[in-house]
Design a protein around this ligand. Structure first.
Ligand SMILES: Cc1ncc(COP(=O)(O)O)c(C=O)c1O
Length: 534
């Protein structure tokens, strides 16, 4: 069957529910809410405060125009001029305002009477409508009865998912390098990460099949995992992006081994494509909305004809993290269980948040939001490019095709020291560069550069090992005033000093000024130069 025929509903996958997931009942009082919309009902059952006592008569906001950031890099501007625009806080911002009053003037309008009241865990109807339209158009799930459900950000969404589909003592399949907060959320519940090898597209389907087909329950001390946690775009920490072919291979394996895929995808709209060195870079043309959406690596939802994907979306990277708002897209059975989990914990995302984000999206409309996302993608691409240009200025970079490890298949840049300024002018080919000190694959999405340090060339490598040296260098860089994230924390299983590897840093390019980026790279170079000597 073609995955986009949408001829079927989701399979019954309720055997994946955990004991906790199965045991939840409708919160007794929330169960009464289905009567609430009934005309003429006099409800004396709930403990709802009267909206007259809400001290907010209205809330209003001033929002940027959706086309506030440009859609193309102008070749005229390919010097640094676009960059100053990118970072300067312009006082010529184009904005519009919205106001939401306590009582709605027209049926269906947002209002505070309902928006700030206790509500269903499914969230405010207007926001749900917007989200549903967006998912249908952008992610195009492959089965009929897909459902969306708001949540309070992907961190909480994953936490609720863990409780709903995983039992203590079970394993969860993850990439060998993975997002540590997700592991930290699951581990206290006795969930064990099961690392799978990676290559330049993220999780390797070959390694996944090996892990599953060779699973030995008694040797592993746990049953074969039935859940996968994955960050397929802007993989945190490595910055890789998984294309449709790899996703299809992994999805098919998950069908074969009956595995639920939890797709945590906060960087979906920050897909930046290949890094092109400054000297070869050309202006980026604008594309229309359809072409833009088609250019993004599709979500697992597009392949999911069985309803075995629980997709987590968040407004954290596209609107703001403080909104604490996002949504699940999954089959109705999981959505119903996740709704039960929300009812007795977060209840629903904050009413203020839902009003603000819904107002923003109502004002912008679908087209405006897509316009915003297109420009956002370009902003992060320019940041990524500038940051890597700083490395190219500071170090000698040589690209080779990697054939092994988590970089296999990618062009990997090896960075060696440039000679310190000399009065003799040397041409590139005359310069004897030192051995590479670190390597990296330019990230194709997301916010992070993942550096692989060649610590095995350090004089104390044999006595200290990789983890201790990584920490030593990290501390020296921090003492010099630049904070990176140490790599060991991103390994799916605990790292020891003798764990093979080169040491890593995860470095963000999302939130610093050009001067800070330049200074950080130059400080790193100075510290590293001394560090590798002793
Ligand atoms: C992979 C991944 N998942 C989840 C999150 C957190 O998302 P949220 O702000 O929606 O909780 C992050 C953000 O840092 C992330 O990198």
């Amino acid at each position: 069957m073609l995955s986009n025929e949408k001829s079927t509903d989701a399979l019954d996958l309720s055997h994946h529910l955990s004991k906790v997931g199965k045991a939840r009942h409708t919160s007794p009082l929330k169960g009464l809410q289905k009567y609430m919309g009934k005309p003429g009902l006099i409800s004396l059952a709930g403990g709802l405060p009267n909206a007259a006592y809400f001290p907010f008569s209205s809330v209003s906001g001033e929002i940027l125009a959706p086309d506030s950031f440009p859609l193309k890099t102008d070749s005229e501007e390919s010097s640094l001029s676009w960059f100053w625009k990118l970072f300067s806080r312009s006082d010529k911002e184009r904005t519009s305002t919205f106001t939401v009053g306590k009582y709605s003037k027209r049926p269906g309008d947002l209002d505070l009477e309902n928006g700030l009241q206790y509500g269903l865990a499914t969230g405010q109807p207007k926001l749900n409508e917007i989200i549903r339209e967006f998912v249908g158009k952008v992610f195009q799930p492959a089965y009929k009865n897909w459902t969306t459900l708001v949540h309070t950000g992907n961190t909480d969404a994953w936490f609720k998912t863990v409780q709903t589909i995983l039992n203590p003592g079970e394993g969860v399949i993850v990439s060998e390098w993975t997002y540590p907060s997700a592991m930290a959320s699951a581990q206290p519940f006795g969930i064990i990460p099961v690392p799978v090898g990676m290559d330049s597209e993220g999780m390797s389907s070959i390694s996944l099949r090996e892990t599953l087909s060779e699973w030995d329950e008694s040797a592993r001390g746990m049953p074969r995992p039935h859940v996968m946690y994955t960050v397929p775009v802007g993989q945190n920490p490595t910055g890789t992006t998984m294309g449709i072919q790899r996703k299809k291979e992994i999805y098919d394996i998950c069908v074969e081994y009956d595995i639920i895929i939890v797709e945590d995808d906060p960087y979906y709209f920050l897909q930046q494509g290949k890094y092109v060195p400054k000297s070869d870079r050309v202006a980026e043309p604008d594309t229309d909305d359809e072409v833009f959406i088609a250019s993004l690596a599709p979500s697992y939802l597009k392949l999911d004809y069985q309803g075995r994907v629980i997709r987590l979306d968040t407004f954290s990277k596209t609107v703001c993290p403080g909104s604490r708002l996002g949504w699940f897209t999954c089959n109705p059975m999981f959505a119903e269980r996740l709704e039960r989990a929300a009812e007795t914990s977060s209840q629903a995302p904050s009413g203020f948040t839902q009003i603000y984000v819904a107002s923003l999206l109502l004002k912008w409309h679908y087209e405006g939001y897509i316009r915003w996302l297109k420009a956002l993608r370009l902003q992060y691409k320019q940041r990524r490019d500038y940051f890597l240009d700083c490395f190219a200025d500071e170090f000698h970079l040589k690209a080779t095709l990697s054939t092994e490890g988590y970089t296999a298949g990618a062009h990997i840049y090896h960075a060696s020291l440039k000679p310190k300024r000399s009065f003799v002018l040397l041409s590139e080919k005359d310069v004897a560069y030192s051995k590479p000190l670190f390597s990296f694959v330019p990230p194709s999405s997301g916010m992070f550069l993942w550096l692989e340090l060649h610590l095995d060339d350090h004089p104390s490598f044999s006595s200290l090992g990789y983890k201790a040296l990584e920490m030593k260098l990290w501390t020296e860089i921090a003492d010099a005033g630049v904070l990176f994230a140490p790599g060991a924390m991103f390994f799916a299983t605990p790292v020891e000093d003798d764990t093979p590897g080169y040491g890593h840093f995860r470095i963000s390019f999302s939130n610093s000024t050009p001067e800070e980026m330049k200074t950080a790279v130059s400080t790193f170079s100075t510290v590293l130069r001394n560090f590798m000597k002793n």
